[in-house]
Design a binder for this molecule. Structure first.
Ligand code: NAP
Length: 496
């Protein structure tokens, strides 16, 4: 287990959507991991809320089955399970109804000093109703926090409505809008690399950096989320939150301190500096794609239009590539290329900082071509940071140069497994530290910029470009970056 595990403050975790996929896949396993690290005080309780009535025993059995499905066998420690399962309870409440709330209040009791976490792992249209009913039932104390899962709305208007309704019940310091990408170790390491080392500081600007690429590629299709996804699409589902958050962390100025307002103020400045992509910029700066039948990892897969829950004539994009310009002193002239999609060739999330080439080569042509330096931050599948440098090949044969990665693999270097981002973020919520969570103005600024693209797409009315499942998206995405004389970083997965 990782060292330095301090016990968390005693807390009641109330998970709305406690029987859902997110609870089983991430939330309960993350709390289990905290328990395994001896960080959950004995009196901590976890109350799963859903409409379906069930006994605590039934919920425990459901949690065991669900958690075993999503956890590695060596993570599911039976001795810890004996303790953990005793913390689990179930409350049958329809978030839009009136029954069940008094019983929840009775279970939680009057405990004004005890931390209470209301985790809303439900559809976003339930966020307002849940908060209002929590308040009406007298459940919101000074020590309460509410966690909002993505997506925060469907557009700027709905995001504002949610923020208004939640904000009428909870103060901003009690609201934790989660984006688990920000909690990933590699993303934390981006901050460490930038602000705990002098090396990159003078290079982190348009003088030395040619461009930045941010890729979040999935091999899965829409799975069981067709109904939701077809009303959302890749821009809303991935870019508005995850990719923009990563962009902000790359582009932001050094915050004054590592605290909630300093960091979030700097991210907000970046969001406000994003150049809007309007109708006229759409052809040069955006690509929308939709997958067709193909093969992923050797297995034949259906096209998007054949997936369940998808309208047969759907124009929703499952892939998007963007050229984004950050208009400020540091970044003008440095494009940020973003791309994300489903049914792509490989599951990978990474940030590539591409430096400029050396201004002049002293080496003869026989030394080989000089590749410009590259810093690659891999978020998944294996979190790692690699700095690609030119080095001399050892041995005789003259000055033969080759690109080699300086490799920082967290698992190998720190000799313990990398925890899931939810483990860290749940701990931050208990501690009341929202530094890694999105503030209201950030979410809304991200929507303002995203809406400019959505509106431009809508007025142009062009259908998404088809791409074969198992490829890297439509060929227009390659053309988009090649027009600028650059290429997508695609030595992914090769340890490079
Ligand atoms: P899910 O598997 O469909 O689960 C939904 C949960 O909400 C179930 O426990 C359901 O139980 C409960 N529920 C639905 N309507 C309710 C109501 N009116 N009152 C009380 N409980 C209600 O969904 P999910 O995949 O866990 O996702 C939940 C939310 O998190 C979604 O907004 C999703 O976009 C977001 N999210 C999910 C993931 C993920 O990996 N799954 C990742 C990021 C964000 P009953 O039907 O019994 O009420």
């Amino acid at each position: 287990m990782p060292p330095l595990n301090r016990p968390l403050t005693p807390c009641d975790y109330v998970v709305f959507g406690g029987t859902g996929d997110l609870a089983m896949r991430k939330l309960l396993p993350s709390l289990f991991q905290r328990d395994r690290g001896e960080q959950l005080p004995p009196e901590d309780r976890i109350i799963g809320v859903s409409r379906q009535a069930m006994s605590d025993d039934r919920y425990v059995a459901m949690a065991e089955e669900g958690m075993r499905r999503h956890m590695k066998p060596d993570e599911f420690d039976p001795a810890v399970w004996d303790r953990f399962s005793g913390r689990l309870h179930h409350a049958a409440i329809d978030a839009t109804g009136e029954s069940g709330w008094p019983e929840l209040a009775e279970t939680l009791g009057a405990a004004p000093d005890r931390v209470r976490m209301f985790y809303l792992a439900t559809a976003p249209d339930l966020f307002g109703p849940i908060c209002e009913r929590l308040q009406a039932a007298g459940l919101v104390t000074e020590q309460s926090r509410v966690v909002l899962e993505k997506p925060i709305g469907h557009d700027l208007y709905s995001a504002r409505c949610i923020n208004e309704r939640v904000g009428a019940v909870f103060s901003e310091h009690q609201i934790f809008r989660i984006d688990h990408y920000v909690g990933k170790e590699t993303v934390q390491n981006l901050m460490a690399l930038r602000f705990a080392n002098v090396l990159f500081q003078p290079l982190w600007n348009s003088t030395s950096i040619d461009h930045v690429q941010i890729t979040v590629a999935e091999t899965i299709g829409v799975e069981s989320r067709g109904g939701y996804y077809d009303h959302s699409g890749a821009l809303r589902d991935m870019v508005q939150n995850h990719l923009l958050q990563l962009l902000c962390l790359v582009a932001m100025e050094p915050p004054l301190h590592l605290d909630k307002d300093s960091v979030r103020d700097e991210k907000l400045k970046v969001l406000r500096a994003l150049k809007p992509i309007g109708r006229d910029q759409v052809p040069a700066c955006t690509v929308r794609g939709q997958y067709r039948a193909g093969a992923v990892d050797g297995a034949a897969v259906r096209g998007y239009l054949e997936e369940s829950g998808i309208a047969p004539d759907s124009g929703t994009e499952t892939f998007v590539a963007l050229r984004v310009d950050v208009q400020n002193w540091r970044w003008t002239g440095v494009p940020f290329y973003l791309r994300t999609g489903k049914r792509l060739q490989q599951k990978v999330s990474e940030i590539v900082i591409q430096f400029k080439p050396v201004p002049y080569s002293i080496f003869p042509p026989t030394s080989g071509e000089l590749a410009a330096n590259r810093l690659v931050l891999r978020l998944q599948p294996d979190e790692a940071v690699r700095l690609h440098l030119m080095a001399k090949e050892p041995g005789p044969g003259g000055m033969r140069l080759r690109e080699v990665p300086l490799n920082l693999s967290f698992a190998e270097t720190f000799k313990h497994p990398v925890s899931d981002a939810y483990v860290r973020l749940l701990g931050d919520v208990v501690r009341g530290d929202p530094t890694l969570f999105m503030r209201r103005d950030e979410v809304e600024a991200a929507w303002v910029w995203t809406e400019s693209i959505l509106e431009a797409w809508q007025t142009r009315g062009e259908p998404p470009k088809p791409y074969i499942a198992g490829t890297w998206g439509p060929s227009t995405a390659i053309a988009m970056i090649e027009r600028d004389g650059r290429t997508w970083h695609e030595d992914v997965g090769g340890g490079q």
